[in-house]
Design a binder for this molecule. Structure first.
Ligand code: PLP
Ligand code: COI
Length: 336
């Protein structure tokens, strides 16, 4: 176990000992290896540097209440990365090898997995990029797939204290664009919007659909869930948001563990006032309650503590991840 202040970790990069690397050349992926070097050397003209040909994933490893180390639904991250790679004209990394590499890299950094009860976890970041020199606009011929790990605490400062967000005047994703995949470019174009939001005191941006600006989409790094006054859990349906694995899991938990009604449907901005709870969900965000949404000076207020249904969803999901509550079959991958 490393000498780290597990209880006070931020969501920040801490270099760990070992990472996984596999390279793609002449039409195939090599065997891949665990290596020590955390740096990358590539051509100044690499496709990733010139044309942002890169996608990534995010998942976490946890120490359970009975001291095992597990990760959550890595097969779904493998599948989503496959769809991201295909859309960016990159060669998919095989699903089974992806999951095995996750297990190997976490085992190799096992001393960095935060202990049970600290609220911290080991964040796992698989990513892929076009590495050879490309000057005309076309996909690379060579790629690297890498996975590093880093111990993290809560994504939003203050942990589960409700955050304040704003409705953004910037757009995140175009209809028929790249909003549904985890492309680095989606995050590059959100940087100005997030810096502007932070400068004005907001934790995140709520993006609306860019075609009509009337429907709720997601934030820069998480999906939304809402709770209606009659306790239905509602989440936006849109082809331009990232299909969150946390959200899919929460909707299952709502129906099958908590007996609640769920709906995935278009959500009009006008409806925001009708909901009684609002939260952001994602690997990094887990389930972070939203206390207030600022719509250009008009405030929509959900309250200063986590809502009742959000709390049940949060407790059940984190209970499943930490081994306190039995998981649906296939959700938990044992690492140690
Ligand atoms: N939406 C965006 C834009 C994200 O970056 C993330 C984080 O991965 C999510 C949603 C949540 O997805 P997941 O629950 O699979 O982590
Ligand atoms: C994740 O939740 O894994 C993400 O990639 C979101 C990012 C804002 C850290």
């Amino acid at each position: 176990m490393k000498n780290i202040d597990w209880n006070n970790l931020d969501f920040q990069y801490i270099e760990t000992d070992i990472r996984f690397v596999s390279n793609y050349k002449n039409g195939s992926w090599d065997e891949g290896a665990l290596i020590k070097d955390s740096t990358v050397t590539i051509s100044e003209c690499a496709c990733v540097l010139q044309y942002a040909q890169t996608c990534f994933e995010g998942l976490k490893a946890y120490t359970t209440v009975d001291n095992r180390v597990v990760c959550f639904r890595p097969d779904l991250n493998a599948e989503r990365m496959e769809s991201s790679s295909k859309y960016l004209e990159m060669p998919p990394y095989p699903k089974e090898k992806f999951v095995n590499a996750i297990v190997d890299v976490v085992r190799a950094n096992i001393d960095y997995v935060p202990p049970y009860g600290t609220g911290a976890s080991l964040y796992i970041r698989p990513f892929m990029y076009g590495s050879n020199a490309v000057i005309g606009v076309k996909p690379a011929l060579e790629y690297s797939f890498r996975i590093f790990t880093t111990p993290v605490g809560a994504y939003f400062k203050g942990g589960i204290k409700p955050i304040v967000i704003r409705i953004s005047d910037f757009d995140r994703a175009a209809p028929h664009g790249t909003g549904h995949i985890k492309a680095g470019l989606n995050y590059a174009m959100s940087l100005h919007a997030i810096v502007d939001a932070h400068n004005k005191g907001y934790a995140e941006n709520m993006y609306l659909d860019s075609a009509t600006r009337t429907k709720v989409e997601e934030t820069g790094g998480a999906n939304f869930i809402f709770v209606t006054k009659d306790n239905t859990v509602v989440t936006p349906k849109s082809a331009s948001i990232l299909p969150s694995i946390t959200r899919r899991s929460l909707m299952y938990v709502a129906e099958n563990y908590l007996g609640l009604k769920t709906e995935e449907r278009e959500i009009a901005k006008e409806e925001l006032r009708d909901f009684k709870e609002c939260a952001l969900c994602g690997t990094a965000a887990v389930l972070s309650p939203v206390g207030k949404i600022d719509d250009h000076g008009n405030e929509i207020i959900y309250g200063s503590s986590m809502g009742e249904i959000t709390k049940s969803l949060y407790d059940t999901l984190t209970g499943i991840q930490s081994g306190k509550i039995e998981a649906p079959k296939g959700w938990i991958r044992l690492i140690k």
